[in-house]
Design a protein around this ligand. Sequence first.
Ligand code: KG4
Ligand code: ZN
Length: 337
Amino acid sequence: MFILGIDTSCDDTSAAVLGEHHQVLSNVIHSQVKLHQPHGGVVPELASREHIRNIMPVVQMALDTAGLKTKEISAVAVTVGPGLIGSLLVGLYYAKGLAFGLKIPLVAVNHLEGHILSIFLEEQHPSFPFVVLTVSGGHTNIYHVRGWGEYQLLGQTLDDAAGEAFDKVSKILGLGYPGGPVLERAARGGEADKIKFPRAYLSKGSLDFSFSGLKTAVALYIKEWEKDGGNTSGVTLEDIAAAFQEAVVDVLVDKLILAAQKCGVKEVCMAGGVACNNHLRERLSQAATEHGLQAYWPRPAFCTDNGAMIGLAGYYKLKRGETADLSIDVQSRFPIG
Ligand code: KG4
Ligand code: ZN
């Protein structure tokens, strides 16, 4: 059995082929970073047009890499939400066309379920139950994962997502787009403890997040810092980047560990674009060891948006007999748990 996984939820056109036991045979990602870079963020209209241009070659490359012909595909799994409506529509209608033409099942996948399960694309993965932090440009959620399809939302951001905060602060610091990787690079050259930015822990024991206050604090700090002579003031731009990153990482790590303690699980996991951050990985690894927990995260290509995680989530939905009707529509908001 071969399952094709497609994700066009935001600005990456991705397709993957998974074989028996959800083995990844190919995972092709066409990034739109260069297209959106001059605009400092994703422009939805441009994103959907670019998906239209790329969906066929990306799927073809995924099939070629897996050494398969289109007619050998047994099912097609596709993201139906959450995401940008125009972007989602391109993937869904392409998948519907394939399913109809090949007379194969269509499996509708929630993008968040893809991120939650992405750790199973790796050989080293937790066993149920565990907790997972999905931390990306659109979401910052913690889930208790009890089994395939059994997710309980424990906490979420009340305002900005962590990746969004990285992107916005990167813009404020004039570091450019995409914010996460450039800010991480800048932070490597700075000292995090020169400035103490606020950490929003919210009420005691809360597993919710808030990053908009932190973003405002950085913006206000930058204004004063520029008046004081910028890099000549004794605090560098790199120090500010490092202090911001530290504030985000502190809260993410502390809340994930707290979630594990509350649920009584021994394994924690993170996924999504921000989980690529090396400082976050190091800090989670240390904290997990200190608390007697095992921590996991997928390789970067499986952290950022990819078709493989959609193929994997689809594989298990198909096993449960959860196929979609061809009349299914996209959903820009699609909470789970
Ligand atoms: O999962 P993803 O590719 O797309 C969404 O579903 O949002 O995540 C993209 C987000 C962006 O906000 C990006 O700035 C952030 O992940 N990101 C990072 C890093 N790499 C990507 N944030 C912090 N550090 C990184 N190294
Ligand atoms: Zn994502």
